[in-house]
Ligand binder design. Sequence first.
Ligand code: ACM
Ligand code: ZN
Length: 628
Amino acid sequence: LQSIPFQQSDNVKIACVTIVDEPKYKWRGMHLDVCRHFFSIDFIKKYIDYISMYKMNTFHWHLTDDQGWRIEIKKYPKLTEVGAWRDGSMVGHYNEQRFDTLRYGGFYTQEEIKEVVKYAQQRHVTIVPEIEMPGHALAALASYPEFSCTGGPFEVAKVWGVLDDVFCPKDETFTFLENILSEVIDLFPSKYIHIGGDESPKVRWKSCPHCQSLIKKEGLKDEHELQSYFIQRIEKFVNSKGRKIIGWDEILEGGLAPNAAVMSWRGTEGGIAAAKQKHFVVMTPGSHCYFDHYQGDPKNEPIAFGGYTPVEKVYSFNPTPNELSKEEATYILGAQANVWTEYIETPEHVEYMIMPRMAALSEVLWGTANVSNYKDFENRLITHFDFYEKSGINYSKAIYEVTTEVSSGKNGVEFNLKAVNPKGIRFTIDGSEPTKKSMIYTNPISVTNSCTIKAAYFENEKQKSNTIEQTFNINKSSGKKISLEHQPHENYGIGGSFTLVDGMKGNPSKFGRDWLGFSGKDVVATIDLDRIETISKIKLNVLKSTGSWIYFPKEIEFLSSEDGKKFISMKKFSSTEIENLNGNIEGIFKNTKAKYFKVIAKNLGIIPDGNPGSGSNAWLFIDEISVE
Ligand code: ACM
Ligand code: ZN
């Protein structure tokens, strides 16, 4: 198909060639969450077409979750009578906690599933079904509350995030799950069955008499070992049917089941640990493989889960970490992109999130991605855009977007702009819309006063990209030297410590690049103002988005120093004050003189029970420390 010229004509010439080719990785996957939003069989078939078009071979079908059970199980009809429907959904950003009251849902009959499996086989695509356990199980528990610790009652979830009610490891629960898995195994011929395993809070197990006595009886150390017991018991069953399990990397906690494969999503660390234990691994780290993350400047994109994963970042992914020996590396089956649909309601929006990032992942998985020649890939990619347009496939034009970098400048910051062809960038500095007649970008823009810069990419006098807009707030700390005692997490720290003094305030509902994120660690930032300054006001922002495990710090302190050694406390904010200020921290001072200024923001630490992410490290997100 690829060798047929794309323009229609009466006379088509196809080159006579011999193709010798093979992929580098066996598992070339795409995942789709049909629980948060439901997608029709017709669209699932299209999705499989896209997988096959990009010479990928695995469709990971996320069929069950808190917000909906989507597969007919003959033995347990309530799973779809009750579990496939909810009485409302979240609308807007998670932070807003707004809901509608519309009944929402859907499921696939076994006949439909057989049809899709056959359709996929004809295209050499294996479907790996996912049945989530022990967490993300509320839709199942709403249908059969007897398999929970408390007995319920429950409703299919409207809210998403990490919810506390999970399967209780009773004998009856295992019988229930084994009966479900038997029907699933009969429908799907894949070697692997995905059993979930991620984000399963332990609070119910901690106060459940059955769970506690099981821990004693089996000689388990704690609830993490109970999770491991749960997965191992399910693994035995799945193995007895001649199949293997794969699960999210949390299945490493408390000990890996003997034959399990691991899907590494919280970075590549889980995958590295599993490969070192001689277990097969599929790499799908949030940093490179979560296609529910932003692919362009969040300001110009539909609301997304967070993160920043442009096509160039996907292209740079190496599924085989350098930490692995040659032998260990043989356990890396491949990689996969995940499409979680909390914010994605329509097929067109799914297409937008995967195109063109799938093209980049395909080259990664075939082993042809050449990071040092990204430009060549980009040029080839642009030819796919014609194909998308002719085929009616929605796609993101973010690659035309003017991308930006800010660096330290004299008396402020420097704003660097990049585009497919930098000569095509036009910009304004007075907040007006750029046109083909606006200033042509040649060198980094020196920003020494607060202003709004707008820019766009033009080709043949036509605007090809969205307009990007950046407001700068230049103050005494802008562009100054800043050091951090602990480094931010690699996924939320692209710009490094400078992000905090780059003159750009992070957008609270789109926490991608403008924020620094610290997992479990404190922020200890010291700014060198270059000379003794009189400080009258200090401002900074911290973020709360509990669904993403981001919590306000438990304390913030401002300190000043004239010599950089002896710091005196200027002001402390308690957690109540931080909460009351909604994270917009501001301190007013009279005639405080200082050359150095320090911020200490204490991370909440381990997230307390009863909150999303309980038991894990809290994230602390911070941006823009301004000094006036
Ligand atoms: C996941 O993203 N919870 C696997
Ligand atoms: Zn229990």
